[in-house]
Structure formats: structure tokens, C-alpha cells
Write a protein that binds this ligand. Structure first.
Ligand SMILES: Cc1cc2nc3c(=O)[nH]c(=O)nc-3n(C[C@H](O)[C@H](O)[C@H](O)COP(=O)(O)OP(=O)(O)OC[C@H]3O[C@@H](n4cnc5c(N)ncnc54)[C@H](O)[C@@H]3O)c2cc1C
Length: 304
């Protein structure tokens, strides 16, 4: 692999490029081996340039959002891992007063605060989801009866071919923790949302209420990637795991949270292998006891 050429490209463009960067520092699980090269980019234009160069040289790439839905293997990721710098990401309000344009690298929390400040309702559900706007569109993130598909109008997309265009929310085929980008490998560079004029007090109160529900129910004091498994049709993963007697079940430093059985937590020194072994055992026992197949919501990337 000609990674040196990518390092030079980064230097020429003033992008931060770290060889052998430990990805545990970039995931909320605090787990994951090194990326051959981790590049941080200021915007979508830089992303198109980097990806074109990697494509030309046959170098594999992986996009990190805020790493809040990822399990990175202990042996890390070969090729180029890249991220959009949250510091240069922004959102703006259209003159119609309800349409918001956001860069994909914007942390959701900043978008929620922006909406609150502009007295716009619609983003309250996302307050407390620790992802980026791009990751949230890609995953169709949702909580407490709200999801990205409720507010998304369109997205700016960088296709695998290098073409950049705008697609409607409908074309993204957003479903339960699904978007078409998962099938096509397209990158979300920006999102256009339509929010609703609201009441400042009500918006703030809703955000506070949802955050306090999270703090009461979720083990936020430990590193995790949120709900580890998807909700199986007609069931709740956490309830099945709890009823299967698996609360507190652990493998190495990985543990099924005692507070919320849908969360796998890192108690301090978990490896990706611990987490995988634990998830496999939980899946096996739930299947054996209840006949339900659990599927991870968390995405596994890199070498295990
Ligand atoms: C404590 C906690 C609570 C959580 N609560 C919720 C919740 O209530 N609801 C919920 O839905 N999720 C929840 N999550 C999971 C997670 O925050 C969401 O899935 C979030 O949308 C992931 O965004 P991210 O930027 O961190 O993406 P990452 O985890 O970095 O990446 C996830 C996937 O998205 C891809 N991706 C990232 N950015 C882009 C982009 N711009 N274009 C294309 N693909 C991209 C990555 O390549 C990867 O495949 C929680 C996680 C934690 C740790």
C-alpha cells in the first residue's frame, strides 16, 4: 500500500494525518487497535479528494463519525481511516426560519442546541445520542418515538464513484437503523432538515426530561456503544437478555450492564475479543431460551 503518498497529500493540504493511531481514543467503547493512518479532514471537498486518491491506489478506507456505534477490532484497521473534523463543522438556518443545513461532521448535541436556540422543535429526541449528523443519517438514529427520518428532507451524498449529489430522504430509504448508504457505501456530507417553530420552554424541558431518562436507565458512567443489539420484531433485546438471567454476565472486561441489559459495557480493560465473545454467548443463550435471534446494532469494523 502506498500510504506515504496519502501522508504527502495530507501534508500538502494541511490535513492532520496520524500513522498507527489508536482507534480506542476515537470510539465511545474505548476499544480498538491502530489505524494504519488516521486522517482528519476539514470538509466534504477534502473527503472527495482523499477518497479519489485512495481509490486510485487501491487503499481501503473507513469513515469514523463519533465512533459511538462501532466496535473496532483489537488488531485495528488497515488502510486509511478518516473523519470529518467536528471543529470545522457547522449548521445554518435558511431564511424560511425552519430549514437547517448541517455538515455531516457536526455533533448531534450541537445541532440540538442550535435548534433549541432558534426555538425549533423536532430534534429533542436526539438530545443525548452521542453521534454526528452524518452517522445519525447513516444509521437513521432514533429514540423516544423520534428518528432522523422524521426531520430529514435531503442529504448531500458522495458516491463511491466520486460523484457528489443531493438525494431526498425518500431515496435514502431510511428504516429501522437502516439507510441505503449501508448498501451502496455512499458518504453523507451534509443534511437538510425541516424543523417546526416551537416554544422555548417546552423544547428545553423535553430535552432535559429525555436526558434525565437516559441517565436513570442507561449506564452512562461506563464506555459503551449504546444498545448493543437491534430490537427484534415483537420483543425488546434488553428484556430478553435480562429474562435470560444474563444481567451482569461478563467476559474479561466486557459486561452486560446491570442497569440496562441492552447495553454491553467496558468495565475498564475490555478487548474487542471480550465484547465479541460476550455478544456471541448472549446471542446463543437468548436463542436457546426464547427462540429469538439477536442481531447487533453496533457495527464491527477492522481486524479482530
Ligand atoms: C451512550 C449511548 C447512547 C446511544 N443512544 C442511541 C439512541 O438513543 N438511538 C440511536 O439510534 N443510537 C444511539 N446510540 C448509538 C450511536 O450514537 C448512533 O448510532 C449514532 O448515530 C452513530 O453516529 P456516529 O457519528 O458516532 O457514527 P459512528 O459510530 O462513527 O459510525 C457508525 C457507522 O456510520 C458510518 N458513518 C459515520 N458517519 C458517516 C457519514 N457522514 N456518512 C456515511 N456513513 C457514516 C460509519 O462508517 C459507521 O459504519 C448511542 C450510543 C451511545 C454510546
Amino acid at each position: 500500500m502506498e500510504l506515504n503518498e496519502i501522508v504527502r497529500l495530507a501534508e500538502n493540504n494541511g490535513w492532520d494525518a496520524q500513522p498507527n493511531a489508536r482507534l480506542s481514543a476515537y470510539t465511545t467503547f474505548k476499544v480498538g487497535g491502530p489505524a494504519d493512518l488516521l486522517v482528519t479532514l476539514p470538509d466534504g471537498k477534502a473527503a472527495a479528494t482523499l477518497l479519489a486518491a485512495c481509490r486510485e491506489k487501491g487503499i481501503p478506507t473507513l469513515l469514523l463519525g463519533n465512533g459511538s456505534n462501532l466496535l473496532v477490532g483489537d488488531r485495528g484497521v488497515r488502510g486509511v481511516v478518516w473523519r470529518l473534523d467536528p471543529k470545522t463543522a457547522a449548521c445554518t438556518l435558511h431564511s424560511d426560519g425552519v430549514t437547517v443545513f448541517c455538515d455531516a461532521g457536526l455533533p448531534l448535541i450541537r445541532l440540538c442546541r442550535f435548534a433549541e436556540e432558534k426555538v425549533l422543535s423536532g430534534m429533542e429526541f436526539a438530545f443525548g445520542i452521542p453521534g454526528t449528523v452524518g452517522g445519525a443519517v447513516f444509521m437513521n438514529a432514533g429514540a423516544y418515538d423520534g428518528q432522523m427520518s422524521d426531520v430529514l428532507v435531503s442529504a448531500e451524498i458522495l458516491e463511491k464513484t466520486g460523484e457528489v449529489h443531493t438525494v431526498t430522504a425518500e431515496q435514502l430509504q431510511l428504516g429501522y437503523r437502516h439507510s441505503v448508504c449501508m448498501d451502496t457505501g455512499a458518504i453523507v456530507l451534509g443534511a437538510t432538515l425541516k424543523l417546526t417553530p416551537g416554544n422555548r420552554e417546552e423544547i428545553s424541558a423535553k430535552m432535559r426530561e429525555l436526558l434525565s431518562r437516559r441517565r436513570d436507565k442507561q449506564p452512562l458512567e461506563f464506555p459503551s456503544a449504546g444498545s448493543f443489539f437491534k430490537r427484534p420484531t415483537g420483543h425488546f433485546a434488553g428484556a430478553l437478555i435480562e429474562n435470560g438471567g444474563l444481567k451482569g454476565f461478563s467476559v474479561g472486561g466486557a459486561k452486560v450492564s446491570e442497569k440496562h441489559a441492552g447495553f454491553v459495557i467496558n468495565t475498564g480493560d475490555a478487548t474487542a475479543k471480550d465484547i465479541c465473545t460476550l455478544a456471541e454467548e448472549v446471542t446463543r443463550r437468548v436463542k436457546e431460551q426464547f427462540g429469538v435471534t439477536l442481531e447487533p446494532e453496533v457495527r464491527f469494523v477492522g481486524e479482530f
